[in-house]
Design a protein around this ligand. Structure first.
Ligand SMILES: Nc1ncnc2c1ncn2[C@@H]1O[C@H](COP(=O)(O)OP(=O)(O)OP(=O)(O)O)[C@@H](O)[C@H]1O
Length: 122
């Protein structure tokens, strides 16, 4: 019983740390501010154009993919700067690949957005 309580307590603490991380990400990173801004805009657009439940699911998935991968990219950049602040082309490679991952999911999200909204606008 005691063990179970501490398990629940630990889970609650972990959620607190994760929330703090998400807030730190939004407060400190310029690119995530733009992504969150776009997420708010398309959410408003979703209500305005009354998109279907399937379109909502795809939109929510696209948004969470971009923001989630951006969070991982930021963490990777911070690790790189922490373990190796000096210029090194291997660090450059790691950061470029990480930024490339954000770009790939962003392209997917843009395509999802175009497929949902272009027929509704034109
Ligand atoms: N220590 C380093 N060694 C070699 N190249 C680096 C190094 N630090 C940064 N770079 C190069 O500069 C690019 C930008 O790195 P930086 O850490 O400034 O990311 P950023 O511009 O803050 O990214 P974001 O906009 O996603 O936060 C990297 O993708 C890499 O090509």
């Amino acid at each position: 019983m005691h063990k179970e309580e501490s398990f629940v307590e630990n889970r609650i603490k972990s959620v607190g740390f994760a929330l703090r991380g998400a807030l730190l990400l939004i407060r400190t990173e310029a690119s995530i501010k733009i992504q969150v801004g776009l997420a708010i805009l398309v959410t408003i657009a979703g209500f305005y154009f009354q998109i279907s439940p399937t379109e909502w699911i795809l939109q929510v998935l696209a948004i969470s993919m971009v923001v989630g991968v951006e969070g991982a990219n930021t963490a990777i950049e911070k690790i790189c700067d922490f373990v190796h602040p000096e210029f090194d082309k291997r660090i450059g490679f790691i950061k470029d690949v990480s930024a490339g991952a954000v770009m790939l999911v962003s392209i997917g999200a843009i395509i999802v957005g175009l497929i949902i909204y272009l027929p509704k606008i034109f």
